[in-house]
Design a protein around this ligand. Structure first.
Ligand code: AMP
Length: 138
């Protein structure tokens, strides 16, 4: 646990929150600055700053918790849709350096800037980037 980490403190029960769900490895609670009604967060209880450092089994456990909460949010609020969002690093606007998944209910035409529309891509650029990333998956 990192004392200066707000999500570690929530996971340890030292900082109050609207806790939705907890198990041995993960927790989910309401976001206190909701981007939409029902905005919630799922976290691993152990401190890992981001996706790059999170062990795959804890990613799976956190995703399963996010799914549970998403199903409950969807049943409770009947939103028009729901996004799972996750940020890594300042360029992605990560503000809390403890891995978390946002569970974001969506409204019709809510103006949230997550959807980028479908623009046909440049296939040679896609292929070039594909090769760079694919080489790192071998
Ligand atoms: P991100 O910007 O992707 O790192 O998201 C961090 C999220 O944590 C933001 O949506 C904040 O509103 C939320 N947050 C920060 N502190 C708390 C807290 N004490 N309880 C609940 N949510 C929090």
């Amino acid at each position: 646990m990192q004392q200066d980490c707000i999500f570690c403190r929530i996971a340890a029960g030292e900082t109050p929150c609207f806790m939705l769900y907890e198990d041995e490895f993960t927790a989910a609670f309401m976001d206190i600055n909701p981007a939409s009604p029902g905005h919630a967060l799922a976290i691993p209880k152990r401190h890992f700053p981001d996706l790059y450092q999170l062990p795959a089994d804890l990613l799976a456990a956190t995703a399963a918790t996010a799914q549970k909460v998403a199903v409950a949010v969807s049943a409770a609020l009947e939103p028009a849709g729901l996004n799972l969002v996750q940020a890594n690093g300042p360029g992605a606007a990560q503000s809390v350096l403890h891995f978390h998944l946002h569970i974001l209910p969506r409204g019709d035409r809510d103006g949230m800037r997550l959807n980028w529309g479908l623009q046909p891509g440049d296939m040679s650029q896609i292929e070039q980037i594909y090769k760079c990333v694919r080489a790192r998956l071998d």
